[in-house]
Design a protein around this ligand. Structure first.
Ligand SMILES: *Cc1c(COP(=O)(O)O)cnc(C)c1O
Length: 388
């Protein structure tokens, strides 16, 4: 027999998962109950209310898909497009590229709006693509591109899509709770996120929300959604819709009951702090980290003004080995940071300040560890700068 698994103690400062609070772990470790137990249905209704408050929406169709963020992405894509539909996808990193792959598999005509990695999407490029492709069904974009650390202007992109009669699809996996996102005020039609980034719940759930226009699109499809599990029309019968919380729920699949216990508590903690206070904390702690990183000689990938507070991409300093450096951080200091993805592999480190991992204490710990790993001293480099 193999021994029991003992998880090492880690400080999670990568691109997700983020640290999970003891209160959330305690909630998730309660005894499992049935996925149709009236008490569980009540919990689901509370999660829907908490998610609406988090997405800042009144959308009826708001719930958590029983799968990670990538399934939230794929569910959104395959429900909103049909074979032959045109979808414009903004690509400024790995996740925009992933949306393209999913849309291509769904038989859509994909028009890419390419932006150099590390930069925000230019809304003027989206406008030009819409003008060049009349009848476009959906405009998809990633508000917080976790592979690069760039923040795009979701409000403006959604407004441009609407002006051209297209639905907007926003990847809010890393943005939700870390930077402002106003689903209703900005008129975003479809939004998906994940639990393990700024919500600081264990991975494996994808909160989503769809506007009335998106739901209308589902009803007017000519072809069925090819995935049974991801067909939103079917899963609605389990999560309940039509604003009737007491409607009879029917079995669709067995929800990950304990994971939802955890999400409920994580959302309660978020709203105890306040959503706006959470945005402000991410901005404040990011400024502290940026100052410390620059003091150590690290350079940011993303220009100021386009940076995400919750995901800080920096060039790996010359003379520092990527894998060895990250290994040293993990093994000697217990701190996990992220490697570069795609074009940035081996060149960039990604430092997350997400949810519970976004505190002054985390910044202090990381800066001290990075000083050791990069062979620089925090006070010395400050001194050098002062005398330069
Ligand atoms: C993490 C992430 C995803 C994918 O989420 P998973 O839970 O890993 O499937 C999608 N988009 C963005 C922007 C992400 O950061």
């Amino acid at each position: 027999m193999v021994g029991g698994f003992v998880a090492p103690k880690r400080v999670l400062m990568g691109p997700g998962p983020s640290d999970v609070h003891a209160r959330v772990l305690a909630a998730a470790s309660q005894g499992t109950i049935g996925h149709l137990d009236p008490e569980f249905v009540r919990l689901m209704d509370e999660i829907k209310l908490l998610l609406r408050a988090t997405f800042r929406t009144e959308n009826d169709l708001t719930f958590a898909i029983s799968a990670p963020g990538s399934i939230g992405m794929e569910t959104s894509v395959i429900n909103l497009v049909e074979p032959g539909d045109t979808i414009i996808v903004c690509v400024n990193g790995v996740f925009g590229g992933r949306i393209c792959s999913m849309a291509e598999r769904a038989g859509a005509k994909v028009v890419k709006v390419n932006t150099p990695w590390g930069r925000a999407v230019d809304p003027a490029d989206v406008e030009a693509a819409l003008k060049a492709n009349p009848g476009t069904r959906v405009v998809a974009f990633v508000q917080a591109e976790t592979s690069t650390g760039a923040l795009s202007d979701a409000k403006t992109i959604a407004a441009i899509a609407r002006a051209h009669g297209a639905l907007s699809l926003c990847d809010a996996v890393t943005s939700l709770a870390g930077v402002p996102l106003e689903v209703d005020a900005w008129g975003i039609d479809a939004t998906y996120s994940a639990t393990q980034k700024c919500l600081s719940a264990p991975p494996g759930l994808s909160p989503v929300t769809y506007s009335a226009a998106a739901v209308e699109r589902l009803k007017t499809r000519n072809s069925p959604v090819v995935s049974w599990f991801q067909d939103l029309a079917l899963v609605m019968s389990y999560w309940g819709s039509g604003g009737n919380a007491t409607a009879r729920r029917t079995y669709h699949h067995t929800a990950p009951v304990n994971a939802l216990f955890g999400l409920h508590e994580a959302l309660r903690m978020l709203h105890e702090e306040g959503l706006e206070a959470s945005w402000a904390r991410h901005a404040r702690v990011h400024a502290l980290l940026a100052e410390g990183l620059e003091d150590l000689g690290f350079r940011y990938v993303v220009p100021q003004g386009e940076r995400l507070p919750q995901l800080n991409s920096v060039w790996i300093p010359e003379g520092v080995d990527d894998a060895a450096g990250r290994g040293q951080l993990l093994n000697d200091h217990g701190v996990e940071i992220g490697a570069g993805l795609g074009d940035f592999a081996g060149k960039v480190w990604r430092i997350g300040l997400m949810g519970q991992s976004c505190s002054e204490r985390h910044v202090e710990l990381l800066l001290n560890a990075l000083a050791k790993v990069s062979g620089r001293s925090r006070s010395t480099s400050r001194l050098l700068e002062a005398t330069a």
